[in-house]
Design a binder for this molecule. Sequence first.
Ligand code: SF4
Length: 232
Amino acid sequence: MSKAVAFEELAILERTYPHAATALEYRNPYELLVAVILSAQCTDVRVNLTTPALFERYPTVRQLAKANELDVQRLIKSCGFYRMKAKNIVRAARDISEKFGGEVPREREALESLAGVGRKTANVVMSVAFGEAAFAVDTHVFRVAHRLGLTLGKTPLQVEKDVTALLPREKWRHAHHWLILHGRRICKARAPLCGECPVNGICPTPKLVKSAKGRVRRGGAAAATLRPVRRV
Ligand code: SF4
């Protein structure tokens, strides 16, 4: 795909979702960090239903650092993978208390040193909590970026590099939300609503699907790679 088309696709998404923001509810970097860790393999809606009780009981990093893991498990059970998530958020809180003076760090290296925090979570915290130039690649971003032809990257890191190369740094943190919202509302995993999509005229995927269907009808091979859906 030409860069001009890629720029145009991103410009359309920017115009379509000018106020896109995280759906996670939080009041400070501590709450955002915990919410993002809990959101792995879980919906934001479920996380938002879970965190009020958790933060009522543990309103600060230092209080969570001293928490009984079983009590935390009980509070976050509905988010799934609750044993591992409880362990991670308590350990992360301990590290923030002991190594970072009780403040969530804003630097990537420090964030990624915390339990349960990988590049994606660090990118979300950096961009959403601190307004840093960072672009997080989750399952929606990965899928939509491929369908739009913005990347052929096989890993989230490669997708991050390819998409950020198309945008000025000040737009990286916003582009993450454009792509997520587009993936949730229109470019859905199983059945993208191409007929309702504002990018339809220039997105390569509808044409690829059409031509693949033609090949299948003629007895050719199905284009199995047309929908690169991947959990990240
Ligand atoms: S045209 Fe279809 S595949 Fe392309 S971005 Fe829109 S919904 Fe997704």
